[in-house]
Design a protein around this ligand. Structure first.
Ligand code: IVH
Length: 678
């Protein structure tokens, strides 16, 4: 029995270190260094020690991987620097063009071989792990790249994630990578789910996403997940000169990397490496959907910078879609939330592109007719990466003669009203907006969805039950459910807690910002970004509802077609009634925040200012923000509309183009002076 705190702390540190070491050997290096029994014995010794000295039970202790209690909801987290995406390419030529572009930009000769790294493109869930002074503090999903969801408690349960780095790194370190599910573990998980009467997951990525967003970390702790590092975010305490250097450092710090990562001098080596990874694809114990080519040297990466949200120094390569033959059992017709009618192929299950496919969209009536796909046909099905499965063609040679061409229905399969096809559109529609069950379901699902009112607990199955039992018939009815807990608790899978959560979720949505309400109403052509623009320009619900065509067209990104749709929507008496009932249900319709006011005499008012080369005082991203805040726009490329080019050292083709167009070019010092920051 240890009697003094110093001895206890010393013993704790020794045991914790040793356990971390064995953990690393087992999960990261895949070579166990002790027996499971021995590991369990040490683990229990550490637990006993922490029971006796609770102050030693710090979050990074190996006993604390599954420490967290279930959460009520996931909290948003803003990435310290945005997580970007990659541009895709599909053949060798595109990859070679990428290399040519890089060289042109850097002012290198065409014959020069640049150093690249080729690695698998992991088909999992992108994640950022943040370490402060070497200790894991946050694990966050990518989300929209700027804001993700804090899933730290789930990340902590992933056995190959270091809770503490294997050597100290001062300050903040953000390591990015992909959470994947092992392929063998995924098969076992599905077998177990089926034996327990649960639905099988469609693929490992969906299983990973579902598990990572689960509020109870015990699920993630049981799932066969791994984190594979592939890039960095903020890294105050590390001096990184190359991507390969980062990979070596990451391994040193305790992270696992994907297999098959290959340094390559020049494009021939890159192309072979992509092929080699493709050939090994099935042997990896996790799904990949392509390869990623990255320019190795960080200084060159910085010089190249980004276009929109992708780096110019990296490129993804997607392997061709896998194809398989199967039988088309039937063509069903589905009705969406705006009445759109879509033919769907029901297929005999076939394994293709890493998943079992049973349905595939046939897009529209014209497509079915053009491809002449008939029920009973043998068809070619393909699936690439995260794309929905497609029916490529019918294998006509395999017809028996009994297959008859598909006749598209003339009435809505859900409500029986005549379908219409608006002029110049390809889709047939059900226009029975007020009474068709498909519209009703779709509208409620859209209202509750994440980009709209984001109502926790109001999913597809519950919506179907609410409609079927006639508890609600539209979104306004949701706000009459307060006090009807008894009624709700009689629904399937609705315990007291679920009912409370649902009512809380609905209540919370009463305060939703205006743009979410506008988007949630599901007005055609009014997507998330258009809704935001309209709300932040017109500011109040009254102004939106009463807007004229001129006022709407004056909103950025809103053209006459969208404007007319909005006006028509509000002109409909049923819609006005719906809005009135939402008001009655105490939905707040709060005034939207106006965008910050920019003074008329702001330095770049109305100007297009392009930034290129390396800046010293600020990143290019910050320079762009400064331009926008000073009234300007900052597109990624130079054109005849460009007013000004800010060129730092290393500027290449943009500088040449600006000069040839006679556009004014200034350096960073002058730029800062004009911003009033010098
Ligand atoms: S690098 C700036 N490397 O692909 C680019 N991303 O479109 C930083 N991904 O969701 C990403 N495998 O998580 C990089 N070997 C790899 C990757 C990879 C998969 C994901 C990434 C992101 C998406 C980018």
């Amino acid at each position: 029995m240890i009697e003094n705190p110093a001895d206890a702390a010393e013993r704790h540190q020794a045991l914790a270190r040793e356990l971390e070491e064995h953990n690393h050997s087992y999960y990261v290096l895949d070579s166990p260094s002790i027996s499971d029994r021995e590991y369990d014995r040490m683990f229990r010794a550490l637990q006993d020690l922490e029971d006796a000295w609770p102050a030693l039970r710090t979050p990074e202790s190996p006993t604390q991987r599954v420490g967290g209690a279930p959460l009520d909801s996931l909290v948003k987290f803003t990435h310290p620097t945005p997580m970007l995406s990659l541009q895709n390419s599909y053949d060798e030529e595109e990859i070679r063009e990428f290399d040519q572009r890089v060289k042109r930009f850097l002012g290198e000769g065409e014959g020069k071989d640049l150093q690249y790294v080729v690695e698998p493109k992991l088909d999992g869930i992108a994640m950022e792990l943040i370490y402060q002074e070497g200790v894991l503090t946050v694990g966050c999903t990518r989300g929209d790249g700027t804001v993700g969801e804090d899933v730290t408690e789930n990340v902590r349960t992933i056995r190959n994630v270091p809770l503490r780095l294997r050597r100290p790194v001062p300050g903040m370190l953000a390591v990015r990578g992909e959470v994947v599910m092992t392929s063998d573990g995924f098969q076992r998980l599905n077998t177990r789910r089926l034996s327990e009467g649960q639905a099988a997951y469609v693929n490992a990525r969906n299983a990973t996403a579902g598990t990572m967003r689960n509020l109870d970390p015990t699920h993630a702790a049981k799932a066969p997940l791994r984190f594979l590092a592939h890039s960095t975010g903020v890294h105050d305490g590390l001096d990184l000169e190359s991507h390969s250097g980062f990979l070596a450092t990451a391994q040193d710090l305790g992270f696992q990397l994907a297999e098959g990562i290959t340094p390559c001098g020049g494009m021939d080596a890159v192309v072979s490496a992509i092929e080699a990874i493709g050939a090994r694809r099935a042997s990896f114990n996790y799904d990949i959907d392509g390869a990623v080519v990255k320019l190795d040297e960080v200084a060159l990466q910085e010089e190249l910078g980004f276009v929109s949200r992708s780096p110019r120094w990296a490129m993804a390569f997607k392997y061709p879609a896998e194809q398989a033959n199967t039988r088309l059992i039937a063509i069903d017709v589905q009705v969406g939330r705006t009445g759109k009618v879509t033919p769907v192929a029901r297929l005999e299950p076939v394994f293709v592109g890493g998943v079992t496919v049973t349905n595939a969209t046939l897009h529209n009536a014209e497509e079915v007719a053009r491809k002449d796909i008939r029920p009973g046909d043998t068809v070619v099905v393909q699936r690439a990466g995260d794309v929905i499965p497609q029916v490529v063609e019918a294998v006509v040679a395999k017809r028996t003669g009994t297959e008859v061409p598909f006749v598209f229905p003339t009435v809505c399969p859900e409500c029986g009203t005549d379908l219409v096809r608006p002029e110049a559109e390809v889709d047939w529609r059900c226009v029975n907006e007020s009474a068709c069950p498909a519209w009703q379901r779709g509208k409620l699902e859209h209202w509750a969805s994440r980009g709209a009112l984001d109502i926790e607990g109001l999913g597809t199955k519950l919506i179907a039950q609410l409609l079927e039992k006639r508890i609600v018939s539209d979104v306004a009815d949701l706000y009459t459910l307060d006090g009807k807990g008894d009624l709700l608790s009689r629904l399937e899978r609705m315990g007291e807690k679920s009912v409370d959560n649902l009512l809380d979720g609905i209540d919370h949505s009463r305060q939703a910002p205006l743009h979410r309400i506008l988007f949630g109403l599901g007005i055609r052509h009014v997507g998330e970004s258009v809704a935001k623009r309209i709300a932040s320009t017109l500011l109040s619900w009254e102004a939106i509802q009463g807007a004229t065509l001129e006022e709407l067209v004056a909103v950025e990104d809103v053209g006459p077609k969208v404007a007319q749709t909005v006006i028509d929507w509000f002109a409909d008496a049923d819609h006005r009634d719906l809005v009135r009932r939402l008001h009655d249900g105490r939905v707040a319709f709060p005034a939207e925040d106006p965008p910050p006011v920019i003074a008329e005499d702001a330095p770049f008012m109305g100007k297009q200012v392009v930034v290129t080369g390396t800046l010293v005082e600020m990143s290019r991203g910050d320079a762009k923000k400064a331009i926008i805040a000073a009234g300007g726009k900052s597109p990624g490329s130079v054109s005849s509309k460009t007013d000004l080019l800010v060129a730092g050292p290393g500027a290449g083709s943009k500088l040449a183009k600006a000069q040839s167009l006679g556009i004014e070019v200034i350096d960073e010092a002058e730029f800062l002076a004009r911003l009033g920051r010098a």
